[in-house]
Ligand binder design. Sequence first.
Ligand SMILES: *[C@@H]1O[C@H](CO)[C@@H](O)[C@H](O)[C@H]1NC(C)=O
Ligand SMILES: *[C@@H]1O[C@H](CO)[C@@H](O)[C@H](O)[C@H]1NC(C)=O
Ligand SMILES: *[C@@H]1O[C@H](CO)[C@@H](O)[C@H](O)[C@H]1NC(C)=O
Ligand SMILES: *[C@@H]1O[C@H](CO)[C@@H](O)[C@H](O)[C@H]1NC(C)=O
Ligand SMILES: *[C@@H]1O[C@H](CO)[C@@H](O)[C@H](O)[C@H]1NC(C)=O
Ligand SMILES: *[C@@H]1O[C@H](CO)[C@@H](O)[C@H](O)[C@H]1NC(C)=O
Length: 181
Amino acid sequence: MELGRFWWWVVLILVQFGMNGCFGCWEQERAALLQLKASINSTGDIENFQTWNSTNKNSDCCDWDGVKCNNTTGRIIQLDLSWMMSWSGEDWCLNASLFLPFEELQHLDLDDNQISRWVPNEGFERFSALRKLEMLYLAINHFNNNVLSSFSGISSLKLLDLSANKLNGSLHIPATWRSST
Ligand SMILES: *[C@@H]1O[C@H](CO)[C@@H](O)[C@H](O)[C@H]1NC(C)=O
Ligand SMILES: *[C@@H]1O[C@H](CO)[C@@H](O)[C@H](O)[C@H]1NC(C)=O
Ligand SMILES: *[C@@H]1O[C@H](CO)[C@@H](O)[C@H](O)[C@H]1NC(C)=O
Ligand SMILES: *[C@@H]1O[C@H](CO)[C@@H](O)[C@H](O)[C@H]1NC(C)=O
Ligand SMILES: *[C@@H]1O[C@H](CO)[C@@H](O)[C@H](O)[C@H]1NC(C)=O
Ligand SMILES: *[C@@H]1O[C@H](CO)[C@@H](O)[C@H](O)[C@H]1NC(C)=O
């Protein structure tokens, strides 16, 4: 009985090893970060992206700049992608689905990125699949009132920062959430 329990733990630990490679970041999350990087034509804080390195297979993406993992599970819980596009003349056309592999994400910072557009049907409403997302920082972007309805399905959200955007007039705050804008 006790021995069976022991082997069960061994198997569990090995599975854990296999999935997140020596307790570092998860392979699928690493791939998702690289896909995200490729989708952003960054001319802003390029420094951040230099550690997001596809050629260095051994680098643990939990150590990449702007990335914070849960140190028990190795899953990404925080992403700081502020000021990626500041020096670019172009808008970042956001594809929110690129963030969906980060299932445990709690905190996402996209401040100061000149974001005004998103891929059709790939807006923030997609984030309703991110069950742990509590803090979403979108200050200093180019969102207008139209963006508001897209947050109503994100039930875990506790903080939404939309300061210094292009919202105007009287705002209809969906009844399902209340926060400061
Ligand atoms: C990135 O932006 C530069 C400068 O605007 C442009 O020349 C280049 O084609 C863009 N690359 C991609 C992959 O969008
Ligand atoms: C990525 O890592 C490889 C191997 O460690 C290194 O040679 C290369 O310079 C790195 N690239 C960047 C952009 O930092
Ligand atoms: C990390 O994950 C463990 C296991 O799921 C959880 O108990 C813990 O609260 C998490 N820590 C943080 C900081 O999210
Ligand atoms: C794991 O993370 C928690 C909360 O972020 C921190 O308090 C703790 O010291 C960390 N443990 C290790 C071993 O790094
Ligand atoms: C948006 O991202 C998703 C997930 O990676 C991808 O399947 C989809 O093709 C992307 N859409 C566009 C228009 O790039
Ligand atoms: C508010 O925004 C709308 C649409 O972006 C615009 O037509 C309108 O002139 C703006 N109103 C004010 C008071 O800025």
